[in-house]
Design a protein around this ligand. Structure first.
Ligand SMILES: O=c1ccn([C@@H]2O[C@H](COP(=O)(O)OP(=O)(O)O[C@H]3O[C@H](CO)[C@@H](O)[C@H](O)[C@H]3O)[C@@H](O)[C@H]2O)c(=O)[nH]1
Ligand SMILES: [Mn+2]
Length: 895
């Protein structure tokens, strides 16, 4: 269908839309000898691609027909009032139109084992579980209402401020809980049928019908993202289980690093041996570093001897590749010290990561040589977009947009999958998994992207800093998947190119119509000057490579985006460090749906930040991005409210995603409260009455019940949940708090946050000592203070209770629980903070602080100088006492 495009654009004047549609019909007619318009049909029947087109069309329209009926399409095409029937089958339609007799299968001869079955299905979550879950949510909401009402109506008279603050905080938490809870109302899980996909698109013996996919890999900083990590990702892509001529791997290098470029050419050479090896033995994963560190059981009886031999051989080859890449890294370090600067120390122009022309280099592919088995390999393209000082390059989003354009010119895959350089393909069928949704006619081409969960390979055993983020990836994402689809999380996501071009789903289905509707001028204004982009979807096989490369260099230049809609309306969105959520949001507003795909073997595995400072830095960047989003014109509360197609609950999900950093202000206050209570002896509620106790208990049980049921349907462990809870408090009192405050500042001053790339270790045997490496940042201050004052509060509370005697334990109990609850949440933080330096375990330091303070206070207790009135003990008196004691000692001292 797309081939006819050029002719159509030329002939636009003489028929417009009507003309186009006639061609479409005549194509069907052409192959099956039904002629609608003799002249056109003969003209196109000679087209060599006609047969393939017929199949495409049949797939597309017949399946849509199952739902909507082909007749509607035909009537639309013919603009013929004769075919009005909305629900006619092809046979009736023939009679009406008097021209169609295509042998499309009718529902009657549709068989169960027919390959034309849906490629995926929604696996419902057990209804009994779901019903229980929903009932509990509603109950919790009611109980929350009563609880809050009780709190509002019984202020604490002797500590009004404490009460007021705590009630405000609790209301904030209630609101944030609600925002968080609503989108989890109807979670779903999915299952794919790769065999059915293969039956229809990828039959043995016939050329594959699967669409072309461009895979994007981004790398930015060679010192934090070692070339070996990127090389492994690239190898896993080149070896992916997908027709080789239908995959192209683009590597975007924002660091303009020699070592990345050169290691890519080494990687391409190595791929010639690695790819056939992977395919021959169907190994997983196809990233050598991770394959070889798996335990391979050479002693297994069934194992093929030739496999053992080749495997050892490959392993040796890979070790050599590693040596070569490491040598390149070492060389580059030397060069960057000498070569990149001029005599006077200023950077050499044109050869600096922040000042250089665009560069593209193609490896492998058609003319890049064959692998050791004589087969072609997927093409590999290195792209480093132009950088000029003084330009806003828009960080990762800018890099992605440059890639969209370069790939449009060079290969123009209908789908785009993007991964971070450290996220390798752990499941070689990942592309096919995505296609199970993209090509499924049941979705009627309404899918903008298929998102895979982020999984990580190098998280410490206890996942101390909640890197796995299970609550997000296994609960929240499944929840929104049941509404309009998961959020885009920046990596491991397969896009429909049309959606990235900013089209609405309804228009995107019909490329031809779309291109015709858009005048040349508005096209330019939107996409920029590149004529090849203009023709968008045309097959560009005829143009020679040099012209294409020249054009590709043009589209990755700095000023290409001037006065276009890149980053504003189309492509990856600018204006936020977390370009990802915003990009997905724009698509959902346009009415697209997205899909969450969780194959049992994780599709991609990435590298998580190892130590506390990196983790907090990342959480800070995310939170900052969310705040940006909330305060930008893309604020999910308002954006597209009137003419957008965002579903209500999906909107709530996005609002929660953008507003969560602000809860941290309430959280901070709430974490300080227990310490104040302990030190002043006051509390946030009037003395604990039976009514309050009852409401609190019921409320607590309802929280527990929702959590338990949630863990049940989502299948995550209590520990995973607890880690997320802990990190909620840790991140909330540091990263998110700062982001919220900075965001508010940014409203007035125009400062921007940096995209500090998270460092990735290429040695995936995690060095546990690194877990405790700590760089000092301001982010650490608030949680440290909170922990400290709460520990002091506990010590103070306990020791005064000891002083008072046991009657005073009663009222203390609530306060102590409150403080311990906070310390328990901050525990991983304290462990990270105190680290394991010099082999002293954290617990020792913690305990010594606690014991020392206890001891000091006990010492006061047995002090011979008794305080007259014990009942008046408060901070003042204790301090006074210590002071008295010290001064007495000092006075005694014989100078
Ligand atoms: O100017 C830049 C900055 C970053 N990157 C790339 O962006 C990716 C993500 O960076 P990373 O430091 O690994 O951030 P993470 O926090 O681990 O990444 C998560 O969060 C980001 C948004 O903050 C998303 O873009 C990522 O896809 C998502 O995995 C990496 O491949 C970088 O090479 C660029 O290409 N250009
Ligand atoms: Mn990362």
């Amino acid at each position: 269908m797309l081939c006819g495009l050029d002719q159509q654009m030329e002939k636009k004047e003489d028929g417009g839309l009507y003309f186009m549609d006639r061609i479409w019909i005549s194509l069907i007619g052409d192959v099956r000898t039904i002629i609608m318009d003799g002249a056109h049909a003969t003209r196109y029947s000679i087209h060599p691609r006609a047969d393939k087109m017929y199949h495409d069309l049949r797939d597309m329209y017949w399946w849509q027909g199952m739902k909507r009926d082909i007749a509607t399409h035909v009537s639309k095409c013919l603009t013929c009032s004769k075919v009005k029937a909305e629900h006619q089958r092809p046979s009736d339609m023939e009679a009406n139109a008097g021209l169609v007799s295509v042998d499309i299968p009718t529902p009657e001869n549709y068989k169960a084992d027919d390959p034309q079955q849906p490629f995926s299905r929604v696996v419902p979550i057990s209804p009994s579980r779901l019903i229980k879950y929903r009932v509990v949510i509603i109950l919790r909401l009611i109980i929350l209402g009563f609880y809050l009402q009780y709190r509002y109506t019984y202020p604490v008279n002797d500590a009004y401020a404490l009460w007021l603050i705590s009630v405000i905080c609790e209301s904030c938490f209630a609101l944030s809980w609600l925002l968080d809870q609503l989108p989890k109302w109807s979670p779903v899980e999915r299952e794919t049928y790769l065999d059915r996909l293969a039956l229809r698109y990828d039959k043995d013996g016939v050329p594959s019908q699967l669409p072309h996919i461009d895979v994007f890999v981004t790398t930015a900083d060679p010192s934090r993202e070692p070339p070996l990590v990127t090389a492994n990702t690239v190898l896993s892509i080149l070896a992916v289980d997908y027709p080789v001529d239908k995959v192209t791997c683009y590597v975007s290098d924002d660091g303009y690093a020699m070592q990345i470029f050169e290691s890519l050419s080494e990687t391409a050479e190595f791929a010639k041996k690695w790819v056939p090896f992977c395919k021959k033995y169907s190994i997983e994963p196809r990233a050598p570093e991770f394959y070889f560190t798996q335990k391979i059981d050479y002693l297994n009886d069934n194992i093929d001897l030739s496999f053992i031999k080749e495997c050892r051989e490959m392993k040796r080859e890979y070790e050599e590749l590693k040596v070569r890449i490491n040598a390149l890294v070492a060389k580059a370090q030397k060069v960057s010290e000498e070569g990149r600067t001029m005599q006077d120390g200023t950077p050499r122009p044109g050869n600096h990561p922040k000042d250089h022309p665009g560069m593209i280099k193609m490896f492998l592919g058609h003319d890049g040589g064959l692998d050791t088995d004589g087969n072609e390999l997927p093409r590999l393209v290195y792209v480093s977009r132009e950088k000029r000082p003084g330009f806003d390059h828009h960080k990762k989003a800018g890099a992605m947009n440059a890639l969209i354009r370069a790939s449009a010119v060079l290969t123009n895959g209908a789908y785009i999958l993007n991964v971070d350089c450290d996220h390798y393909f752990n499941n070689s069928k990942a592309l096919k998994e995505a296609m199970c949704f993209m090509l499924d006619p049941a979705y009627d081409k309404n899918i903008c992207y298929v998102q895979f969960p982020q999984r990580f390979y190098d998280v410490d055993l206890h996942d101390r800093y909640a890197n796995h983020n299970m609550v997000f990836f296994d609960i929240i994402m499944k929840g929104v998947d049941g509404i309009q689809g998961p959020f885009y999380v920046g990596t491991g996501c397969c896009f429909n190119r049309q959606a990235l071009y900013g089209y609405d789903p309804a228009v995107a289905g019909d490329d031809v119509e779309r291109l015709l509707l858009m005048s040349q001028q508005s096209f330019r204004k939107r996409f920029g000057q590149c004529p090849l982009l203009l023709v968008g979807a045309t097959v560009t096989e005829t143009t020679n490579t040099t012209t294409l490369l020249k054009e590709a260099i043009n589209v990755i230049s700095c000023d290409y985006e001037d006065e276009t809609e890149w980053g504003e309306e189309i492509g990856w969105m600018y204006g936020s460090v977390t370009e990802d959520v915003l990009t997905g949001f724009r698509m959902h507003v346009r009415g697209w749906i997205s899909i969450y795909c969780m194959p049992s073997r994780p599709a991609f595995l990435g590298c998580a930040p190892v130590n506390l400072s990196d983790r907090l830095g990342q959480a800070h960047r995310w939170a900052h991005g969310s705040v940006d989003c909330l305060l930008s014109r893309h604020c999910p509360i308002w954006y597209g409210l009137y003419n957008g197609k965002l579903k209500f609950l999906e909107r709530i999900g996005y609002i929660n995603n953008a507003a969560y950093p602000f809860t941290s202000i309430a959280l901070l206050a709430y974490c300080v409260l227990p310490a104040i209570c302990l030190l002043t002896g006051k509390f946030i509620t009037p003395e604990i009455t039976d009514v309050y106790g009852m409401w609190f208990l019921i409320f607590f049980i309802s929280i527990l019940a929702t959590v338990i049921l949630e863990l049940q349907w989502s299948d995550i462990s209590v520990l995973d949940w607890w880690r997320s809870e802990q990190f909620w408090v840790i991140g909330g009192t540091s990263a998110q708090l700062f982001a919220a405050i900075q965001g508010l500042f940014k409203l007035f001053t125009k400062t921007d946050v940096n995209f500090n790339v998270t460092s990735k270790n290429d040695d995936q045997n995690l060095n546990s000592s690194e877990l405790y490496v700590l760089k000092w940042t301001w982010l650490l201050v608030p949680p440290t203070i909170i922990s400290f004052i709460n520990i002091v509060g506990i010590v103070f509370g306990v020791s005064t209770a000891i002083i008072y005697g046991y009657e005073s334990w009663g009222p203390l109990f609530g306060k102590l629980l409150f403080a311990i609850w906070i310390i328990a949440h901050l525990y991983p933080f304290l462990k990270g903070l105190l680290g394991r330096e010099n082999g002293i375990p954290t617990s020792v330091i913690l305990w010594s602080v606690v014991l020392a303070m206890l001891f000091a206070l006990l010492w006061i207790r047995v002090d011979p100088f008794k305080i007259d009135n014990w009942l008046e003990v408060n901070i003042g008196s204790i301090v006074r006492k210590i002071y008295d004691k010290l001064s007495a000692k000092l006075l005694d001292f014989d100078f």
